[in-house]
Design a protein around this ligand. Structure first.
Ligand SMILES: Cc1cc2nc3c(=O)[nH]c(=O)nc-3n(C[C@H](O)[C@H](O)[C@H](O)COP(=O)(O)O)c2cc1C
Length: 248
């Protein structure tokens, strides 16, 4: 049976977020760029990271229902993680990154790393990250990890400075599916949701929401789809209301 309870949002506390960002200051340096990306505050900018197996997959359907039920003006940038060409992050990028952070980067290093930083900057004008992904081997598919490894960059979208007092964390909604079940505290762990919660909190998306569709091997598609759509509508209403209240 599917769980009928709505999985409410979970907030990462400012002290935990500070701990996460401080731990990530392992490079002891950050990129220093003047970048101003302007955006209309009344329009919700959505980054949709789509790793679903196809249009009929439960996570893809859930994402569509969510977007169709938003009650706020919004713009969607969809990245199809299976079809779009992503920055192909190689060892050379990692070497150039460390050189730049240690103030030893050459013009060649900066040129190689520039597309990475441009991609990383885009997340700063995003109001909501929506992710649709199946579970692969207890975690996320490699293509989603590749995207994350490109965009997470110190000084661009995170720093070890505490967030300004009263700064509201932005939402990330993860719609994921798994053939098995992963009860909290059980012997087999879900590494997908905790990982995405932690990595997006690092970049200021501290309001974690998830729709975790479990047991797809045993539960009928119809039942799973109904549950998914109910959850998607619930989160669309809440996220729209929160955004409209904030921008009114
Ligand atoms: C390569 C691969 C790895 C998978 N690994 C897991 C896994 O570790 N645990 C699990 O419960 N399901 C696993 N699955 C099952 C997927 O999560 C399954 O395809 C999904 O529940 C189908 O949902 P969808 O309708 O959203 O595509 C895996 C599937 C594939 C193709």
């Amino acid at each position: 049976m599917l769980k009928c309870i709505i999985q409410k949002s979970q907030f990462i506390s400012p002290s935990t977020q500070l701990l996460i960002t401080r731990q990530n200051s392992m490079f002891r340096g950050s990129f220093d760029r003047d970048s101003v990306i302007s955006k209309d505050a009344a329009v919700m900018n959505i980054l949709y990271l789509n790793a679903s197996h196809g249009p009929e997959s439960l996570v893809g359907c859930g994402a569509r229902t969510f977007l169709d039920n938003l009650k706020t003006e919004h713009k969607i940038r969809e990245v199809n993680l299976w079809k779009d060409s992503l920055v192909s992050y190689r060892l050379e990028h990692a070497i150039s990154k460390m050189k730049i952070l240690n103030k030893k980067g050459t013009e060649e290093d900066k040129k190689l790393f520039d597309p990475v930083l441009r991609e990383a900057e885009l997340i700063n004008c995003v109001d909501l990250v929506l992710i649709s992904t199946p579970m692969w081997n207890y975690s996320i598919p490699y293509t989603l990890k590749q995207y994350i490894d490109v965009i997470v960059q110190p000084g661009i979208n995170f720093s070890d400075e505490p967030a300004p007092a009263g700064a509201a964390g932005k939402p990330v909604l993860v719609i994921s599916s798994a053939g098995g079940t992963y009860p909290r505290g059980g012997p087999i762990q879900d590494f997908l949701n905790p990982y995405l919660q932690q990595i997006f909190a690092l970049m200021g998306f501290t309001q974690f929401r998830n729709i975790f569709i479990q047991n797809t091997m045993k539960v009928s598609k119809q039942e799973s789809l109904k549950w998914t759509n109910d959850q998607a509508i619930y989160h669309a209403n809440e996220i729209s209301n929160n955004f409209n209240t904030k921008t009114r």
